[in-house]
Design a protein around this ligand. Structure first.
Ligand code: C5P
Length: 300
């Protein structure tokens, strides 16, 4: 990469709980969810390219899962949308995506990649576009992209587009998270279909207790309503949750998003890393990663 290249992390999104409370006339589901970001993610790098050319190169352990539809990749759609909004067709970029996260995995990877591309390209191209404009562009790309622009703990309602800061989020800063995926993709629409209208009650948690043990208790009293339908489609998820729950240092085990990735919440990142090490040894067929919660330290 040249010296004028910019790079940043596209952190994995984790739903600490996810309630599905109803369905709109257009088929989209109403949600109540607490979302956090892990310091585990894809990596996006951008550098200038002449004459309005946009190029995307994908590498990393899960690159093969994205083969075939590069032109339609959300990262390129983000680049085009940003350029259009700025009215600057002459701007070009070479974009490199290191796909470290499993895809169709309940981690919002594609949305995180698009958000990282928007942040990085705004800087690379020195665009005078405010955060509100960037959010609008993000929303045009997908309901999850705006929340990924912030990559901070957020309470989410509506169909995922109503996003508010979480009071008392500082308690999360020291906690750790371990992510486990069975290397099986699980398409979101199929999981919502399998839910088949079994909606649950909202239990909004927009203010966190000051003590980590109370946070875990508050989360344990909540659910991921997509977990049972996901297990019906992909039974190994049940095994992952059981295994995570029995792992030293894991305080809470649950599925994220529409799966199949599950998370274990730990007291700190050291506990999460040693849980990950143990799980990787026990189940080399699973994708396992451990770390802390993303604090936005590495602002690109
Ligand atoms: O937002 P995303 O593109 O990941 O959504 C994929 C699919 O998941 C949608 O097409 C829809 O079938 C389902 N979905 C839903 N309600 C939501 C979000 C997603 O039914 N709030």
């Amino acid at each position: 990469m040249q010296t004028d290249a910019l790079a940043g992390l596209a952190p994995a999104k984790v739903n600490l709980y996810l309630h599905v409370t109803g369905r709109r006339a257009d088929g989209y589901h109403l949600l109540d969810s607490l979302v956090v970001f892990a310091d585990i993610g894809d990596r996006v790098a951008v550098e200038p390219l002449a004459e309005g050319r946009l190029r995307l190169e994908i590498g990393g352990p899960f690159a093969a899962a994205l083969d075939g539809d590069i032109g339609d990749n959300l990262v390129l759609r983000a680049a085009r949308a940003l350029r259009d909004a700025a009215g600057r067709a002459e701007l070009g970029a070479a974009i490199r995506l290191d796909k470290n996260l499993p895809v169709t995995a309940g981690l919002g990877g594609g949305s995180a990649d698009a958000a990282a591309a928007l942040r990085l390209l705004r800087r690379l191209w020195s665009l005078d576009l405010g955060n509100a404009v960037l959010k609008d562009i993000a929303l045009g790309l997908g309901a999850d992209v705006p929340v990924c622009l912030d990559s901070q703990p957020r309470h989410m309602t509506g169909i995922g587009e109503v996003v508010t800061p979480v009071r008392g989020e500082a308690v999360l800063a020291d906690m750790g998270i371990v992510l486990v995926n069975p290397r099986q993709g699980l398409p979101t629409p199929a999981v919502f279909r399998a839910l088949a209208g079994r909606f649950g009650a909202a239990q909004p948690l927009s203010e966190l207790p000051a003590d980590a043990a109370d946070v875990v208790a508050a989360l344990a009293a909540r659910r991921n309503d997509l977990q049972s339908p996901a297990i019906e489609l992909c039974p190994v998820i049940g095994e992952i949750i059981e295994t995570l729950g029995a792992t030293d240092g894991v305080l809470l085990a649950r599925m994220s998003g529409s799966g199949a990735t599950c998370f274990g919440l730990c007291a700190d990142r050291t506990a999460a890393r040693s849980a990950a090490l143990h799980l990787r040894g026990a189940r080399p067929d699973w994708w396992v990663a451990g770390g802390g919660l993303w604090q936005g330290r590495e602002e690109p």
